[in-house]
Design a protein around this ligand. Structure first.
Ligand code: SF4
Ligand code: SF4
Length: 480
């Protein structure tokens, strides 16, 4: 028999306060999370990785190679200096491929190890951890901070809060200055800002990144991960039953419950979780990993470090919370090698290969040939046929260069105008040229020809471009 849905009469004019419907609040205000500091293996790995990444971030703009900043995005001149190589808009394909490599690298790692990017390298995590470290040094431990916040205003409280916010603002300002220093030579930037000679945009962007860092790492913290980061939302589609993520082992831990240190859990009918709540207190997003995989979990593994300390104190084996897979938790075999990882791995290798090949075959000069649209051809002296072109020569080196131009493709073809050009660094030089062929050498009305551009001092550095040479009907001397 089919099931029927009961129909209820609804009066649209009825007072909503009189019915039994519960209203659901869609906005939940943020509850401040007091994160307990913890040490351990994974925290040490994060400290090393963050020190290296932050070191690179703060130092790279101060290091120079041949007078150029190690990393410098020169937007007004449309060139990027990266580790001694200058990239131009013509190298856009390399930038696109690098972004594709970064994306596939992220997918590959996420498929294998979950959100390790979020937990160990993401800038939001890095700056949040710096800010939390400063907070702990200035305001004290978790309990002391909670107590301080509950206290009425006092000189001590105001002094501590002022010092903390000053320290946060100092880090935020250093971050903002450094970021802008990748687009505006850092030494000039600092000098121009202090002497009020910088343009308004420099002040604006330094202020913008200072405020953004201070707000994101100081005030919003996990809210950025929960509500603003798109990656947090879609990364779960990359997980499968073999992805190694931070997980609580309920088979071992449940039923949870408090007990004396020397009590045998089996005698009490308990699992290994002593329900101390330490894993929740150290979690920067305030979740309880024992409730299973949650999108709030950034994979920082602080709960592993915390729980391992508890297990050690209780004389239980470590790893109640650990990096593991869904399959392993269910006692099944888990594999690193699977179609998804092969797919991402293959795409990564392919793109690394293409980028490597592009970098090795990259030439520091560019040439565009534009045929004169004014006429098909002109009759030159002695009945020769002339075609006109404009050559656009781009010098992609960091110094002025002299170039030589040749043309080939028809017997006796030659340039009747200038065959050399002096081009400044980064300049696109327009060179009008006239190409001439004797009429009797022309075999077709439209023939492919090739222009070659050589660096004068290094003729082996050469670029070739094809074009068309137009002429009259071929000359017949009656032999054929
Ligand atoms: S830290 Fe370990 S023992 Fe303590 S509540 Fe968390 S899972 Fe249980
Ligand atoms: S549950 Fe919390 S502490 Fe554990 S890995 Fe996730 S975010 Fe980090």
């Amino acid at each position: 028999m089919s099931e029927q849905i009961p129909v209820k009469q609804v009066d649209p004019k009825a007072d909503p306060s009189q019915n039994n419907h519960k209203s659901v609040e869609l906005y939940a205000s943020r509850k401040k999370i007091y994160v307990k500091e913890v040490t351990g293996f994974f925290q040490r790995i994060r400290t090393i990785s963050l020190c290296m990444l932050l070191g690179m971030y703060f130092l790279f703009c101060w290091i120079s190679i041949n007078g150029e900043q190690l990393v410098y995005f020169d937007l007004p001149h449309r060139k990027f200096h990266l580790f001694g190589i200058t990239f131009w808009p013509q190298d856009f394909i390399l930038l696109s491929l690098s972004l594709a490599i970064a994306a596939f690298g992220l997918f590959f790692i996420t498929t294998l190890f979950g959100r390790v990017w979020c937990g160990y390298t993401c800038p939001q995590t890095a700056w949040t951890f710096i800010f939390m470290w400063l907070e702990e040094r200035i305001e004290g431990s978790r309990n002391q901070r909670m107590k301080l916040d509950k206290q009425a205003g006092s000189t001590r409280k105001i002094a501590k809060k002022t010092l903390k916010h000053a320290a946060w603002l100092f880090v935020a300002l250093a971050t903002g200055l450094t970021f802008v220093g990748y687009f505006y030579p850092i030494r000039d930037l600092i000098h121009d800002l202090i002497t009020f000679n910088a343009n308004g945009w420099a002040y604006f962007w330094v202020a913008f990144f200072t405020v953004a860092t201070y707000m994101n790492a100081g005030w919003m913290r996990e809210q950025v991960c929960l509500y603003m980061c798109p990656y947090a939302r879609f990364q779960s589609v990359m997980f499968d039953r073999n992805t190694r993520i931070v997980s609580y082992d309920p088979n071992r831990g449940e039923p949870r419950g408090g007990r004396k240190r020397d009590a045998n859990p089996q005698d009490l009918g308990l699992g290994d979780c002593i329900d101390c709540g330490l894993c929740v207190q150290v979690c920067p997003t305030g979740i309880d990993i024992r409730n299973g995989l949650q999108y709030e979990c950034i994979g920082c593994a602080l709960c592993i470090d915390a729980c391992d300390q508890v297990m050690e104190k209780m004389d239980y084996p470590k790893g109640l919370i650990r990096y593991t897979t869904e399959n392993e938790l269910e006692g099944q075999h888990s594999s690193l090698l699977r179609p998804r990882t092969f797919g991402y791995g293959f795409m990564l290798l392919l793109m690394f290969g293409i980028v490597g090949w592009q970098l090795l075959s990259r030439l520091p000069l560019g040439l565009d040939v534009i045929r004169d649209r004014g006429g098909l051809y002109q009759l030159g002296p002695n009945g020769a046929i002339d075609n006109s072109y404009v050559l656009k020569i781009l010098n992609m080196t960091d110094s002025p260069q002299d170039y030589d131009i040749t043309v080939s493709g028809i017997e006796g073809i030659h340039i009747t105008t200038r065959t050399s050009a002096h081009v400044e660094s980064g300049e696109v030089f327009s060179l009008p040229v006239v190409v001439e062929v004797e009429a009797e050498k022309i075999k077709d009305t439209n023939t492919e020809i090739h222009f070659e551009l050589h660096e004068h001092d290094h003729p082996e550095i050469m670029i070739k471009r094809e074009s068309r040479f137009l002429g009259p009907e071929p000359y017949h001397n009656g032999d054929d």
